[in-house]
Structure formats: C-alpha cells, structure tokens
Design a protein around this ligand. Structure first.
Ligand code: PLP
Length: 400
C-alpha cells in the first residue's frame, strides 16, 4: 500500500520531460543527440525586460505582493487584453500566477467536483488530462483528426456535452499541432455552447502571437461576447517573450472564479515572484519588436523543416498555423521493420527507433492523444533542425 493519494497516483509525469531525460542520459553515455523535444523558445529574454527586473530588485520590489499580482502587472495585463484582443477586464477580474500552468490547474481545482467532466479536444497539451485527474475530474477527450484540421467540430462538441460537463478547454494555436481556430469556426462552436449554460470555457491563448499566416489570432469572446461570464482567458509571457523561467501567467474572467483562485493560491503558494511580475509588466508595456522578429525566425525554420520532413518517405506534415511544433504523421512507418529486426507497431516504437538508431529525440503522438504521430519542436537552431532532418531521413531509408 502506498502512502501517496490515489488521485496523485493516477497522474503521470510529463512525457516531454521523460523524453528529454532519456535523451540526456544517452548524451551522458557519449551518444550524439539532436534534441527536438523542447517546448520553450531558444532565445534569451529581451534585454529591456531583464533590465526592468534588475531595476525592480534595486528599488526593493522584493516583498510579498498582492495575492492577485501587483496593480502595475494587472494593469499591464488589462491593457494588453484590450489592445491585442479587444477584451475589457477590470483589475479584480485578473489574477497573475506562477505560469499559465498554475492558472489552469487552480481554475480546475476551484471548480471540479469528483466526476465532473472536462472536454479536451485531442491532440491536446499533455498536462490538461492529468490536471483534471489530479482535481478528481474526468477528462473527456475527443479525437480531432488531421482530416478536420485537428480542430473540434461543432457536432462533436454537441455530442460530448452532458449534464456533468463543467469545462471545455480550447488551445489555439495548439500545442502540439499548431492548428488555430478562425473567427467563423469559433462562432460555430459558440452556437453549441450557448445552448449549454453549465459549460465553462477555458481559452488557453499562450501561443497567440506565434502565427505564420500573418493573421492576428481571433478570440472566442470576439466571436461570441455572450460567453464572457463563463469563459476564463488563460495566457502568460513564457512563449511570447522567451520568459519560460520567470514563471508568470494569468487568468482573466468572472470575479467569482478569480476570487476562488485567489483564495486557494493564498493558502497554498502565495503570490508569484515579485521581480518576475515587474519583468512581465515591462514585457507587455514595452517595445514589441522581439515578438515579430522571433516569429520571423520560427517561420523560416517551419518552412525549412516542413519541406524537409515532407520529402521523407512515409512521413507527412500539414503546415501549422502557429506555435513552434510540427505534428508529423508517421502512419507510413507503421508495420515496417528496423535493421534490428523490430517491427514498428505504433508511434511509441517510432520515437524509440529514432532515438536508438539516430539519436533524434522527439515525443510520441500517444502522449497527446492522437496516433500515429510524433511532435518535433522547431524552437532550436536551423543547424540542429537540419541535422535532425538528415538523421530522420537516414532512419527512413533503413526501414524495410
Ligand atoms: N499551455 C500550453 C498549451 C503550453 O504548451 C504550455 C507550456 O508548455 C503552457 C500552457 C504553460 O505555460 P507556462 O510556462 O506559462 O506555465
């Protein structure tokens, strides 16, 4: 008998962390590894943001802040939401958290009763189902295949909603596929949601700025403002400003939800880091040129890798609208035999084969709830990506 609670025993460690650990241990054994697992920008945080943090330390902004975050930070978030998303939020409708991850988890923690259902379109960010399970809810995953652009269709949503549905989680552009909803697609989903007032919507907008079509990412609440009272907007500075280590995310939404998250956090972790809050405010208030220049670099990598991967026999990949991943269809490899005589039965086998034979580390689609695929991150140098592509092509050529 374990002394660990069953709700925790049911969750698993992040598969991208396990994949990175495996790659690192092979590297320690002296193997040459091309790591295409990472889910964070490979850029440094822009200098003006770091300087704002240094200035905050110097002026003594090193104490507890308000639980929901400093007025300065929440004002910067409110200004950002109005400027970029045309969404109007008052300061008491906003809470800053230690990363978007904490905002999502705590929102689920304050709303789910045991057995409450959360609809999660697959492929999904790996943490959603486990967070739901950790809060004793039931994840209801819906397969959204490549043929529908990896996006949830209104009729799928309608069929999945039950009286126990508490949340729908939407992530656009998506990790891992990069698929982004259009305003019209949001309107069609909103039509279904309007018929089910018990369903809240969590809109995880963390990749909104990383877009390849030059489009501004539309918001569900632009498509249907009437959903505002049951929508929680989740975002943060990690991906947009290369600030993953600073741990600043936020939730914006109805005051009862925000207040409940505030209360739970005040009794568990407290406010997020004061110095990071100053940095995040500077990021949102300051010069935005880093965003466009980093997206341009991601775009070059995406185009380059997309061409490289689509030229490899048995693999195919649709162009992602945004985020910094390729979700690669490897159905053409399933059933093939490796030089070691192993038959590849699923995407887990494919990923192990790539790692063992060529030292390429990627994450199996099974982790994201849709197979047979693997996720490759383009948040690394073109040189690394080229080397990865060359090795994957060699692995393809060796299959029988
Ligand atoms: N949401 C999605 C879809 C993500 O991919 C990630 C990070 O990988 C997060 C949220 C968490 O971001 P943060 O670093 O702000 O906790």
């Amino acid at each position: 008998s374990s002394r660990i609670a069953s709700r925790v025993q049911r969750i698993k460690p992040s598969p991208s962390t396990s994949a990175a650990d495996r790659a690192n241990s092979l590297r320690r054994e002296g193997r040459s590894i091309v790591n295409l697992v990472v889910g964070e920008p490979d850029f440094d945080t822009p200098v003006h943001i770091c300087e704002a943090a240094a200035a905050a330390i110097t002026r003594g902004a090193t104490r507890y802040t308000l639980m929901a975050g400093t007025v300065e930070l929440r004002q910067a978030i409110a200004d950002k939401l109005l400027r970029e998303n045309k969404l109007s939020y008052a300061l008491n409708e906003i809470i800053a958290t230690s990363g978007a991850k904490s905002a999502i988890y705590n929102a689920l923690a304050v709303t789910l009763e045991p057995g409450d259902e959360v609809i999660i379109p697959a492929p999904y960010w790996v943490s959603y189902p486990d967070m739901v399970i950790a809060c004793e809810g039931t994840p209801i995953t819906i397969a959204c295949p490549e043929s529908s652009g990896f996006k949830l269709l209104p009729e799928q949503l309608a069929a999945a909603i039950t009286p126990r549905t508490r949340w729908l989680i939407i992530n656009s552009p998506s990790n891992p596929t990069g698929a982004a909803y259009t305003l019209e697609e949001y309107q069609a989903l909103a039509k279904v949601l309007l018929q089910h007032p018990q369903v809240m919507i969590m809109s995880d907008d963390i990749y909104e700025h990383i877009r390849y079509d030059g489009e501004r990412t539309p918001h569900l609440l632009e498509a249907e403002p009437a959903l505002r009272e049951r929508t929680l907007v989740i975002n943060g500075v990690s991906k947009t400003y290369a600030m993953t280590g600073w741990r600043i995310g936020y939730a914006a939404g109805p005051t009862d939800l925000i207040r409940a998250i505030d209360t739970l956090l005040s009794q568990s972790s407290g406010n997020c880091c004061s110095v990071s809050q100053a940095a995040a405010a500077a990021a949102m208030n300051g010069d935005q040129s880093f965003v466009a220049s980093s997206v341009e670099i991601y775009r070059q990598r995406r185009d380059h890798m997309l061409a490289g991967i689509n030229a490899i026999p048995g693999l195919s990949c649709v162009a992602p609208d945004g985020a910094f991943y390729l979700y690669i269809n490897c159905s053409g490899w399933i059933g093939k035999t490796t030089p070691q005589g192993q038959q590849l039965a699923n995407d887990g086998d494919v990923v192990m084969y790539l790692l063992e034979s060529e030292g390429v580390a990627v994450v199996a689609g099974v982790a994201y709830g849709l197979s047979p695929y693997f996720r490759l991150s383009i948040a690394t140098s073109l040189e690394n990506l080229d080397e990865g592509c060359k090795r994957i092509a060699r692995a393809a050529a060796a299959l029988q």
